[in-house]
Design a protein around this ligand. Sequence first.
Ligand SMILES: C[S@@+](CC[C@H](N)C(=O)[O-])C[C@H]1O[C@@H](n2cnc3c(N)ncnc32)[C@H](O)[C@@H]1O
Length: 461
Amino acid sequence: MAESQLRALAAEITKLADSFATSLQEKGLPEASFSVDSPISHKGITAEMFMTRQTLSDKLTDMWYLVQGPSESIYNYVHNVIPDAACLNVLNHFNFWEAVPLEGSASYSEIAEHVSLPLDVVTRLVQHATTLRLFEEISSSQVKHTSRSAALAQQAGLQALVSSVLDITGAPMVSTLDSFMAPFDMAMSSALEKYSKGKPELTQDMSETAFALFHSTGPLGKKHTNSWEYLENDGEGDRRGWRQAKFVEFMKYLKDIFHLEGIVLDSYDWQAAGKSTVVDVGGSAGHDAILLARKYPDLKLIVQDMPMVKPVFEAELPDDVRDRVSFVEHDLYQPQPTQADIYIFKLILHDNSESECAKILKALTPGLRPGNRVIVIEYIGKVDEGESESESDAKKEPLPLSIRQMGTATDLRMMAIFNAKERPAEAYRSIFKAADERFDIVSLKADPLTFFAVIEAVWRG
Ligand SMILES: C[S@@+](CC[C@H](N)C(=O)[O-])C[C@H]1O[C@@H](n2cnc3c(N)ncnc32)[C@H](O)[C@@H]1O
């Protein structure tokens, strides 16, 4: 009898789960569970434990595919993926998380009253959510939190992540455009059909994205040309800017989950920078500028971002750095108005196509003086692609699919929203070169396990 692949996979899963559980124990870290008192995340795991966890995730996914078989695994995926995402989005939008106490439980009627939706709708949504281990039914009318729904109840940043990612990309990536170009119905297919089919490369025009197509021709009937403009302008009256505030929260949350404080602090020898002026271009509500200001009292920091970010910056700026951190509204595609020693671009360029990136960097050049620096801190979704072709690298184990997927998923989101892409760190060399030959790249560091690259360029003048 042929060896069972299922059994072999199960054995690997057992081994990897044992290794992960043992290393958690050795480090004194608690295991996650489904109960409300579970740790919210596996904070403190080492790089090696992270790799074990992701390899285990790969094996579990393979097991899922294999036990269902090729066609049913696809059918089941397609059947669930949109209702799963929509259910999470609706629960988040109406803040179901708050409707159930962390300790104890709530009835469906109590939840319905809290979220102001019909009882039948609430019951159906929560019943689907329980299949995703979000809430648990403890009787036919009563539900309590699981660790996953409790994590959302406890973390405004996680709520902001769900809302920002699903609201911005959900509809443009998967929604149907009303009888537009049938049979290519989904907005992303329609955008590719309309703007890129038959061409050697994806269009780099930000007005030719799935996002722009959805928002200009879709059922919302609005005219948002790109997602930044949507974040700025969605909402009437006092509500305008609410999406920017959520996005700021999302960015702060990303900083926590990717441990970006260390990356920002190590991105340059800030001590040696002395009394420098630093501009954080697209610096959100200043979370990185505040970090640097607190650690390096000689630095003066200017945060530049879009107008609706300013009220969030002003509300959140701590008193201890008020004299050294300020906010200036500035469109990063326009000539840079501020003379500084160092310009930071963190998580800006991967939101842009090559030609837009070159435009952004070029916008700095009229005011640059020799020796001025540009620090690019960038998510590198395509970590193991085109980095090096040495023989030892060729023999390296490929990264687990679950890690690659973090990059490929972001990459497709970038395609749908901006016609941009995830790039290997090396690609930033040619982006600087295309912007201006007088930028010298003096350092380029990429760490696949942090998913981040830091590129430092000096203006030769
Ligand atoms: C992905 S976020 C990165 C934020 C911050 N640098 C960080 O790492 O947390 C991109 C930022 O660029 C800002 N942005 C986008 N387009 C802009 C523009 N045309 N002018 C100025 N800021 C812009 C957004 O408002 C947002 O804060």
